[in-house]
Write a protein that binds this ligand. Structure first.
Ligand SMILES: *Cc1c(COP(=O)(O)O)cnc(C)c1O
Length: 217
């Protein structure tokens, strides 16, 4: 499955994050042995032991709701935090990253789905956040782009419209705040069921679990 996915990604400038939440170490090792290096987890208590047990050249992405008091456990090693949805969290990431003399790349997570259970900013909230002096003072956080999840639906037109909206948000932020910043370049969108649409709409990171590892119990 990895080879097929990589072949699908090949025409696009997109990376694959293998979503390994709930999967045992051995499943991750098997994919690692095939060359996969980016893995994504959504729980701190699951990520930390996996980081400790697995090869250190894995790039771990955090993709779940992150409580501020847990940032300290992943700050020493996390490669990217994709799910930043509030200024308070950025301030805590700044504090912990500074302790380890690191700069942690972060994505701003946007609410693009019609379900209201999902986390994420609106464009208006993000504009407000990026204009605050608190944000301007951050030195150990680097905003590398945006992340979002489409509605869980079989309506392809709706999914496409939501990804289109996220790409529009990306372009707006790029023009308004990050024009000179080549590091603001990521649009993380697309999962097992909708990654093909996400690629067509300009995804740069697809986050795929089920297709690689089978369905989660
Ligand atoms: C679980 C998860 C994925 C992967 O979902 P699959 O349908 O298994 O590919 C992607 N993104 C986030 C934020 C997730 O929590």
């Amino acid at each position: 499955m990895l080879q097929k996915l990589l072949a699908d990604l090949q025409p696009y400038p997109a990376k694959l994050a293998a979503v390994s939440k709930t999967r045992p170490i051995e499943d991750i090792q098997a994919l690692y042995a095939q060359g996969q290096r980016i893995f994504a987890e959504n729980k701190v208590q699951e990520l930390v032991p996996k980081y400790e047990a697995l090869p250190k050249d894995i790039q771990w992405h955090f993709i779940g709701h992150l409580q501020s008091n847990k940032v300290k456990y992943i700050a020493p090693f996390v490669h990217m935090i994709e799910s930043v949805d509030r200024l308070e969290l950025l301030v805590e990431i700044e504090k912990q990253a500074a302790k380890y003399q690191r700069t942690i790349p972060c994505l701003l997570e946007f609410h693009i789905a019609s379900e209201d259970s999902k986390y994420g900013l609106t464009l208006e909230h993000a504009l407000d956040l990026l204009r605050t002096p608190t944000f301007a003072a951050l030195r150990h956080v680097r905003i590398a782009g945006v992340m979002g999840m489409a509605t869980f639906t079989s309506d392809e037109a709706q999914i496409r419209q939501e990804f289109h909206q996220l790409k529009h948000i990306f372009r707006t932020l790029k023009e308004t705040f990050f024009q000179e910043d080549a590091g603001f370049c990521e649009c993380s969108m697309g999962m097992s069921s909708d990654y093909q649409i996400a690629l067509e709409e300009g995804s740069t990171i697809v986050r795929i679990g089920t297709l690689l590892f089978g369905s989660r119990s």
